[in-house]
Ligand binder design. Structure first.
Ligand code: HDE
Length: 713
């Protein structure tokens, strides 16, 4: 079953990507794949299509003699293998993609002529790639880090790439500082560690010398940087963009993705353990949810504002270190994104997807945010480096789904090639070649531009602390505590005391109590406040900035871990699993042996995890249902004890049957357990327990079991 490498010539003389471009067909030529064929007797071939007789042995002179250079089959196979990798992304290297669709529910025709924001009838195909920023492609999912939330919308007027993050602001104001930021946060150039984390001297050295980074640092130290799932994160376009209508009028816009799953994060101690137990925690979660038909959804929200509103804001909206609180400019929900298909091939899609912030259809335009302008250069440039050819737009995952008509030609791996003679414009050869079209074509907003050429930072960008303070003030007490703990953790990893002190000097401009408690947690004398370009102002709290105030209202989409032993009570197991399923959640059995457990009615129940491979950090809530013998045996098992004590320490809801109690004692749970450690005896207890699990955590417990207790507030 040969995979063809010949390109199909389009009918038109211009370059045209068929609307059905091989998105459904994993290999770029739209041909058959070499791994999946309906022919059970398919013959293995070389890349050139030569049938292969022996794929186990290379060509040798005698059974113990030298391998022959003549072996073209061996050489081709090794040659191709040697070139399997392409450069990983310089940032956001570790990512995970999925396909889906966007449906507009409310037309924005008053503001824009972009088809995707005005046509409420037709859905638009999308590809989303979530990512961490700092770690390499093989790093773990639960680093404390910003998450990328990049969306490619294949609109009928060309691709729109909304390349956002799960945090609405950024570290720096000017693109010229981006290489410095990234160098500082990535591994040190001499020792190549620490990887995939900001908890080290060079990051905090840079941050403490860059006052503008402190608003984003507050977000990075908050639980936003350790999300429970990609499904439970918000997405933000960050910059102000413009919508431009048919009359050429412009309205500023900020884009938001609001997860219908609610916001949810993990605890830091949990994150550390998840990274060991399942480094692919986030990608597995997304893959599994889509496979089981539990399609994650996000509503698209827009904040629309005119020049007058922008001028009246207490900060400059062109400064990417600032957000516009929802309470000031409300968010209007205009559509929904649904992820409903996993990729067929990770490399072809998730690795080769090439987002470019410059990709906007007519009706969407840029503001003068200097960071955005730098990005508009960087993304195209980086794609050439990574994908190696200006023809990366022809890869199925990148190809627009609308007609593509131009006179650009040739280059590496040109797969979609024009025919005919006229490869320039204007020409008089063929009436069928494309022409510019002022009616439907892209026109930049006619913004007046005036200024003196200079390397300059606007005075209106100078307030570095007021929104950092506002963010902190908008968190619930438990979230404030986590933020303080995170700062202490990260700065404790800095070896140089002067860097720790310089970092705390910024906190004094943000919140005195926070500064004091972090200094205390570090064993540091409170330093003088950092010199501030502008004094910190008191801004109103923004409840929308809290995760816990915007969490899910139920256990739907979550996962229960059932720690079972042989002889566990079958009726309770049945009641619990059916209550979990009724709540739209899922469950997994954790057992001493992966072969499963024999319940007390003699039925066998398969296990998905052996205890030491399925710690409770992988679950949102747990139930421990054991026989007396099982409890006794597990009471001396360190992994079983960790299962229970971690679930307790991470404030999870825990159900148990009476026979399981000895394990709880062995795990040294305090005797006066709280209301979220729930005895279940009868079937109705199971339903009530699952209902209670909707709260996801029992926070009052945290004061009792504070792993990160360096800071006591
Ligand atoms: Fe990026 N960024 N970035 N970035 N960024 C890249 O492009 C860059 C910034 C973001 O899943 C790179 O294809 C500069 C802000 C995401 O493929 C590169 C600046 C935001 C992704 C690049 C920024 C982002 C990237 C690396 C400062 C949030 C992953 C590989 C001016 C709004 C996209 C690539 C994916 C990736 C440059 C700042 C988000 C090098 C120069 C602000 C989600 O081009």
């Amino acid at each position: 079953m040969a995979r063809s490498t010949s390109a199909k010539a389009p009918a038109s003389k211009s370059v045209k990507t068929p609307p059905d471009a091989a998105f459904d067909e994993p290999l770029g030529d739209g041909g058959e794949t070499h791994q999946q064929t309906s022919d059970p007797g398919a013959t293995l071939t070389t890349q050139q299509g030569h049938p292969v007789a022996d794929d186990q042995n290379s060509l040798r002179a005698g059974p113990r003699g030298p391998t022959l250079l003549e072996d073209a089959i061996l050489r081709e196979k090794i040659f191709h293998f040697d070139h399997e990798r392409i450069p990983e992304r310089v940032v956001h290297a570790r990512g995970y993609g999925a396909r889906g669709e966007f449906r507009l529910t409310k037309s924005l025709a008053r503001y824009t002529r972009a088809d995707i924001l005005t046509d409420t009838k037709q859905p638009t195909e999308v590809f989303v790639r979530f990512s961490t920023v700092v770690g390499r492609a093989g790093s773990f999912d639960l680093a404390r880090d910003v998450r990328g939330f990049a969306v490619k919308l294949y609109t009928r007027q060309g691709n729109w790439d909304l390349v956002g993050n799960n945090i609405p602001v950024f570290f720096i104001q000017d693109a010229i500082k981006f290489p410095d930021l990234v160098h500082a946060v990535k591994e040190d150039p001499d020792r190549a560690f620490p990887q995939a984390q900001s908890a080290h001297d060079t990051f905090w050295d840079f941050a403490s010398l860059m006052p503008e980074s402190w608003h984003m640092i507050m977000w990075l130290m908050s639980d936003r940087a350790i999300p429970r799932s990609f499904r439970t994160m918000e997405g933000f376009g960050v910059h102000s963009f413009r919508l431009v209508n048919a009359k050429g009028e412009s309205t500023f816009v900020k884009f938001h993705w609001k997860p219908r799953q609610g916001l949810q994060s993990v605890l830091w101690n949990e994150a550390v353990k998840i990274n060991g137990a399942d480094p692919d925690f986030h990608r597995r979660d997304l893959w599994d949810a889509i496979e089981r038909g539990d399609f994650p959804q996000w509503d698209l929200g827009v904040q629309l504002f005119d020049e007058a509103t922008a001028a009246a804001l207490p900060f400059d909206h062109l400064d990417a270190t600032k957000l516009i609180p929802e309470e000031l400019v409300p968010i209007e929900i205009v559509g929904t994104l649904t992820l409903n298909r996993n990729v067929d091939n990770f490399f072809a899609e998730t690795e080769q997807v090439a987002f470019c912030t410059q990709n906007v259809p007519p009706g969407i335009d840029f503001s003068d945010d200097p960071l955005l302008h730098g990005r508009n250069f960087s993304y195209l440039d980086t794609q050439l480096k990574r994908l190696g050819s200006p023809n990366f737009t022809q890869l199925p995952v990148n190809a627009p789904r609308c007609p593509v008509m131009h006179f650009q030609q040739d280059g590496h791996m040109a797969m979609v090639n024009p025919t005919g003679r006229a490869n320039y414009e204007p020409n008089s050869f063929d009436a069928g070649t494309p022409r510019e079209n002022p009616d439907v074509g892209f026109r930049s907003f006619a913004a007046p531009v005036d200024g003196v050429k200079a390397r300059i930072r606007s005075e209106s960008f100078a307030d570095h602390y007021s929104q950092a303070r506002q963010f902190f003030a908008s968190q619930l007490p438990i979230e404030q505590k986590h933020l303080g703990d995170a700062l202490v953790f990260e700065l404790s990893k800095c070896v140089r005391p002067d860097i720790r002190a310089r970092a705390v000097s910024h906190l004094r401009n943000i919140d005195e109590t926070l500064a004091k408690s972090v200094a205390d947690g570090l064993g540091l004398t409170l330093p003088e406040p950092a010199v501030a370009a502008q004094p910190t102002r008191e801004l109103d709290r923004s409840p929308a900035l809290s995760i816990l105030a915007n969490g899910p209202n139920g256990f739907k989409g979550r996962k229960m871990g059932l720690l079972l032993s042989d002889g566990a009570p079958a009726p309770l197991v049945a009641a619990l699993t059916s209550a979990v399923e009724k709540a739209g959640a899922i469950w997994e059995v954790v057992a001493p042996k992966i072969g499963g457990v024999r319940l007390d009615d003699g039925t066998m129940l398969a296990a998905q995890q052996k205890i030491d491979g399925g710690p409770s950090v992988l679950f949102d809530a747990v139930a421990v249902l054991l026989s007396a013998e099982g409890a006794q045996a597990l009471s001396i098992d360190a992994a079983a004890k960790d299962f229970v004590s971690d679930a307790f320490a991470h404030c999870k809801y825990i159900a148990f049957n009476a026979a399981a109690a000895p394990l709880f004692d062995a795990a040294r749970l305090p005797p006066d357990r709280d209301e979220a450690v729930v005895p279940v005896q009868k079937e109705k207890d199971a339903a009530a327990f699952v209902k209670a699990c909707g709260a996801l955590r029992f926070w009052p417990r945290e004061a009792m079991v504070d792993y990160d207790s360096a800071v006591s507030r």
